[in-house]
Write a new protein. Structure first.
Ligand code: AMP
Ligand code: MG
Length: 308
């Protein structure tokens, strides 16, 4: 089994020796690798079972690194970076020549972010270069928010000689970063996250709706999926009624809800994984209102239900 450590130096040694490091960020655990090493990046795709045309997010230790990796920084991107970095916001920008095709799937754009988690930040600054870090789970599965989740998905697939898991406890946000495409005339939210679409709009003025061909590649209808079926309802009363109905017909059902969107987001993936482990067949999930963090929770629940 792959070693688990709390030592940032061990993680940096692994990264410098072409190893993979599952590390905590404020959003979810990422499977980090040197973003300038195509062979190691190939292993990231292989270990995750991720199609190679799904581009990876490049993580930077500091916003000052950005000019090396992008062609230009439009005004909207500069404002978003100023307001939200370090933090759970990814910007899509035109890539510089230094960005590998393996990272972008051959695209002319690159997704970049500066994470806020102290351990991720320390690893990046000590390593001294950019890291790719897609979520440390098997492709299509629920993202990991604890080291135990990482081990359950990838423990047997990582190389104990080269790779390590850096233990930073449970992730504070619990949901993937907000992605904003800044390559067009009007910034577009490609994926909602902890930085709400309302906040993005307040920072840059108008935002374009996340639809049409500019939707993020790799954002599949069915993604972030547990094994159990997921049914979506708008109200807790409906969820309780539906779960009782299911139970009466002999199915193992569970209601998923939290009145506090921050707690809902932080615990969602852990609760979905726990439902699978407990043999739950149907999760009846209450959709939070479509505002603030609610957009992200609704997005992930819809994809988990296969109806994104
Ligand atoms: P994650 O699975 O959290 O690592 O996020 C990766 C996602 O970032 C991809 O599936 C895309 O949706 C998005 N992404 C990465 N690079 C790009 C890019 N160049 N253009 C648009 N979206 C991107
Ligand atoms: Mg992922």
């Amino acid at each position: 089994m792959v070693p688990v450590t709390v030592d940032v130096d061990v993680a940096c040694v692994a990264l410098r020796s072409a190893g993979l490091v599952a590390l905590p960020t404020e959003t979810v655990y990422g499977l980090a690798a040197d973003a300038t090493d195509a062979d190691t990046i190939a292993r990231v795709f292989e270990v995750k079972g991720r199609p190679t045309d799904h581009p990876l997010i490049v993580h930077l230790g500091d916003a000052a690194w950005l000019p090396d990796w992008v062609l230009d920084i439009p005004d909207a991107a500069a404002r978003l970076a100023d307001a939200c970095w370090p933090g759970p916001l990814t910007l899509v920008l035109r890539r510089s020549d230094r960005v590998l095709n393996a990272v972008t799937g051959g695209r002319h754009t690159v997704a970049v972010r500066v994470p806020a988690h102290p351990l991720a930040s320390e690893v990046l600054l000590r390593f001294g270069g950019p890291l790719v870090a897609p979520s440390a789970n098997r492709f299509g599965h629920v993202s990991p928010t604890t080291p135990a989740h990482v081990l359950a998905d990838l423990g047997a697939r990582l190389d104990p000689e080269r790779d390590v898991v850096l233990d930073g406890g449970a992730c504070a946000v619990g949901m993937e970063s907000t992605i904003v495409d800044c390559t067009g005339p009007i910034p577009q939210v490609l994926r909602p996250g902890a930085i709400s679409p309302e906040k993005v709009a307040a920072i840059v003025g108008a935002v374009a709706p996340a639809s049409g061909p500019r939707r993020a590649p790799g954002m599949l209808v069915s993604h972030y999926s547990p094994r159990c079926a997921i049914e979506l309802v708008d109200y807790l009363g409906d969820a309780d009624r539906r779960a009782a109905e299911l139970t009466q017909t002999g199915r193992r059902a569970l209601v998923l809800h939290d009145p506090d969107p921050v707690a809902y987001a932080r615990t969602l993936y852990d609760r979905l994984r726990a439902a699978d482990d407990a043999g739950i067949e149907v999760v009846v999930a209450v959709l939070p209102p479509a505002e603030g963090l609610g957009h992200a929770i609704r997005d992930r629940l819809s994809r988990a239900s296969g109806r994104g």
